[in-house]
Design a protein around this ligand. Structure first.
Ligand SMILES: NC(=O)c1ccc[n+]([C@@H]2O[C@H](COP(=O)([O-])OP(=O)(O)OC[C@H]3O[C@@H](n4cnc5c(N)ncnc54)[C@H](OP(=O)(O)O)[C@@H]3O)[C@@H](O)[C@H]2O)c1
Length: 220
């Protein structure tokens, strides 16, 4: 699948190369494409670099991997996302790593409000960049889970397919409003890693449920 990866920080440059190595065509979008061209060339697998707008136009799926506070200006720079599957990887964090929104809305719902003609799915916000970078997503019964949610069934199917293409287990958390629960989950992971001292090698695994503890996928 053609993927536009917008933002080339820790997530963009860890998840993006993993997607490229898994068979996706990835164009990295940056505010400064010249700065990233050399690095992107090293990723191989046909990965390319461009502006936010070029990455947005290229991708059938467009990943948003920028700080939450930069989302509005990023979406403006990206231009129309009409008809795209938009994967919101952001976590709405304050400077002191607390949740900036929650209960009545979420980063994902605000993204959907900003691009109403796109299929917005929340995903890829609950695993640390270092884990993508190491490419260690677990195997067999220990394959890591990826929570996702959204209101557009076709967009959700697409994202579930991308999640599976990386070897992760898609866990359907329901409608986009479930991002109000998934985003705080990421904040909990940050607390466990950096305040409780567990480190950023931790990841989350759901066990049990109707499909059995070793089910290949969960949810609807
Ligand atoms: N780090 C993690 O482990 C992790 C895990 C899950 C989710 N997330 C979420 O994913 C998003 C990206 O996280 P990250 O760790 O990759 O962040 P990061 O390392 O700070 O990189 C963010 C990228 O966003 C772009 N950007 C656009 N506007 C910006 C601005 N005003 N200030 C700074 N950067 C700006 C930049 O790319 P260009 O310069 O190329 O435009 C930058 O490299 C965040 O919302 C974060 O909460 C992070």
């Amino acid at each position: 699948m053609k993927i536009g990866m917008i933002g080339t920080g820790k997530i963009g440059f860890s998840l993006g190369p993993l997607l490229a190595a898994s068979g996706h065509e990835v164009k990295f979008g940056s505010r400064d494409p010249a700065r990233i061209r050399g690095e992107v060339a090293k990723f191989g697998h046909g990965a390319s670099a461009g502006t936010y707008r070029e990455a947005a136009q290229f991708g059938d799926a467009v990943f948003l991997a920028v700080p939450w506070h930069a989302l509005a200006e990023t979406l403006k720079a990206a231009g129309s996302l009409s008809g795209k599957v938009v994967v919101d990887c952001t976590n709405p964090l304050t400077k002191d790593m607390n949740l900036a929104v929650g209960c009545t809305t979420s980063a994902a719902e605000e993204t959907a409000r900003a691009c109403p003609d796109a299929g917005v799915v929340k995903a890829f916000n609950t695993i640390f960049a270092g884990i993508y970078k190491a490419g260690d997503l677990g195997s067999g019964e220990q394959r890591l889970d990826m929570l996702y949610c959204g209101d557009d069934p076709a967009a959700k199917r697409t994202v579930a397919g991308i999640i599976e293409s990386l070897g992760l287990v898609p866990v359907d958390a329901g409608p986009l409003s479930a991002a109000r629960l998934i985003e705080p989950h990421a904040v909990l992971m940050i607390r466990l890693a950096f305040v409780q001292g567990m480190g950023a090698g931790i990841a989350w695994k759901l066990v049990g449920g109707r499909s059995g503890p070793n089910s290949a996928s969960r949810g609807a």
